[in-house]
Design a protein around this ligand. Sequence first.
Ligand code: AR6
Length: 183
Amino acid sequence: MNDIQMGQTHIVLLQGDITVQHVDAIVNAANSSLLGGGGVDGAIHRAGGSAILEECQQIRNRQGGCPTGEAVITTAGRLPAKHVIHTVGPVWNGGSNHEQQLLAQCYSHSLQLADEHQLTSIAFPNISTGIYHFPKKEAATIALNTVKEYIEQHPATSLKQIMFVCYDADNLSLYQQQLQAMN
Ligand code: AR6
C-alpha cells in the first residue's frame, strides 16, 4: 500500500531521492548548526547550491541555530522544490532522552511551518534513521501517527499532498506496513 487519503490530504509513499521531488517544500534532516553535514543534509546542500547555506547562516545570526525538534524554512536554491524546511531530529540514545517526542515534534513543527506559508505539498525523508540511529520501525510509526494527528487537528490545512521519500527499501517496507495498519 503506497497511498492513503486523510481528510483533504493525500499521503504518498515512495522510494527515491528527495532532492529531485517537485513539491512546495522538501524537509531536511539537519543538525542544530544548520551548516550542513552528511546524509540527506549533504545531498540537499550539494544539489541546491550556496543559496540555501546563505539563508541558513542568516537564521543562525538571528536565532543561533535550530534546537532539536524545531524547524526553519529557507529557499531551495537550484532544487526543483520551492523551499527547504530544515528540522533537527534527535540522536537515538536508547529512548530515555525524549527521543520519541522530539521526533514527533520534527514532523508537527515542519507541517505547522508549511501551513504558515500556505504550502500545498511537502516531502519528508526518514528523519533521524540514518546517522542519528533512531530505530526505523518506531520512527515510521511516529512519522505516520504524527501526520495523522496533525491532519485531524488541522482540517483546514493547506497541505493537499504529504510524501514520505524513503531512501532505502527497509524504510519503504516499514512505512507500507504502518500505512496498511492505519487503514
Ligand atoms: N533522499 C532521501 N533520503 C535520503 C537521502 C536522499 N538523497 N540521503 C539519505 N537519505 P541522515 P539523520 C535517508 O543520516 O539520521 C547529517 O550529517 C537516509 O537513508 O541523512 O537525521 C546532518 O547534518 C535515512 O533514512 O539523517 C545531521 O548531523 C534518512 O535519510 C545528521 O546527519 C536520514 O538519514 C542527521 O542524521
